[in-house]
Design a protein around this ligand. Structure first.
Ligand code: 0CJ
Ligand code: F3S
Length: 323
């Protein structure tokens, strides 16, 4: 067995937290600061073990079923969004609700509601069972059909084909989604597509960075949790580009044998993975011999989303509201 030979770490740019994740975490932290613990959160606020554990320690309680939330509680919806049914149940139970749904997911929800009123049915491209897909599909009671891959496009059976629109999950593989959308277009030539794709800027930018980085390195490490769609897509992309690639939830998961015979290590992080974990991975890879850390050139992200009303340290909103 050869000795680890790592020499350089190349950091993808951009990587890690996006504006929607920053906002979602800040909503939970501000709610705890303003109203006191416990604050209930429906689903992991973002798909990251470290973030969730930190917020648990501060007083957040993560639940899936609203029946587990005591009456009179403050409840936060995760960044992935919720269905109309979940929204209605939260209102019926009288919780103080703060909505941490990423505004770019809400934009998709709004588009679905608007076109549905005009008589459209939808083909949704996404991963079955993912909370964002459940939330977006759950904007309607019927007329929204999920396709996960090109094979599904041949099988989907909309009620009509005159008014059909495509929507997607925000965190898909850009290339896979384009291929599936092309298959939808081929089968339903009149299909309406979003003016701007639903895949968000953060997903696009992190995948673009991996495309530039992968050919320059011998191994790619992605920091992200197993449940994180966008993080999984980064690992998969590097692997497809021919670079051995691993995803780790923390530095402890790094295996020294991965680095044997590798000189340059590419490092990136999903949109829900904090920079502190990237720093820990850097330290661990340095211990394997890396002497330099180089940041790639890349797009600078300046987008920032406003917080919901009622969390700007003003008056407490009335019970039963959704902000
Ligand atoms: O769905 C979203 C609005 C993305 C949230 C941030 O990433 P993450 O890892 O929590 O969620 P995905 O599984 O959707 O990537
Ligand atoms: Fe929003 Fe995209 Fe981040 S949808 S939460 S900006 S990954």
């Amino acid at each position: 067995m050869s000795e680890p030979s790592v020499n350089e770490i190349i950091l993808a740019e951009p990587r890690g937290f996006c504006a929607g994740v920053d906002r979602a975490i800040e909503i939970v932290e501000r709610a705890i600061a303003k109203f006191g613990a416990p604050i209930y959160v429906r689903h992991e606020i973002v798909h990251n073990t470290y973030v969730v554990n930190e917020l648990k320690a501060k007083g957040a309680i993560f639940i899936e079923d609203l029946a587990d939330v005591p009456p009179g509680s403050t409840l936060i919806f995760s960044a992935h969004g919720v269905s109309k049914a979940v929204e209605a149940e939260a209102q019926a139970r009288g919780f103080d609700v703060f909505d941490a749904t990423c505004p770019l997911v809400t934009k998709v929800h709004v588009e679905v509601a608007k076109l549905a009123k005009e008589g459209y049915e939808f083909i949704m491209i996404g991963h079955k069972g993912h909370p964002e897909v459940e939330g977006t599909m759950g904007q309607l009671t019927h007329g929204i059909h999920l396709v996960e891959d090109v094979a599904d496009v041949a099988k989907v059976q909309p009620g009509q084909t005159e008014k059909l629109a495509v929507v997607t999950q925000t965190t898909l593989s850009v290339d896979d989604a384009a291929e599936i959308a092309a298959a939808v277009r081929a089968r339903f030539p009149k299909v309406r597509e979003p003016k701007q794709q639903d895949i968000c800027y953060a997903t696009q930018n992190r995948q673009d960075a991996v495309k530039i980085m992968s050919p320059q390195v011998d191994i790619v490490i992605v920091v992200g949790s197993p449940t994180s769609s966008n993080s999984n897509r980064l690992r998969e992309l590097a692997q497809r580009l021919g670079t051995e690639s691993y995803m780790v939830d923390s530095a402890d998961e790094l295996q020294p044998e991965w680095f044997e015979g590798k000189t340059r290590v590419g490092l990136t992080a999903g949109a829900s993975a904090p920079e502190v974990l990237v720093r820990e991975v850097i330290d661990r890879v340095k211990a394997l011999g890396a002497v330099s850390v180089r940041k790639m050139d890349g797009i600078e992200e300046t987008i920032k989303f406003p917080l919901p009303k009622g969390l700007k340290l003003e008056d407490r909103p009335a019970p039963g509201h959704i902000s």
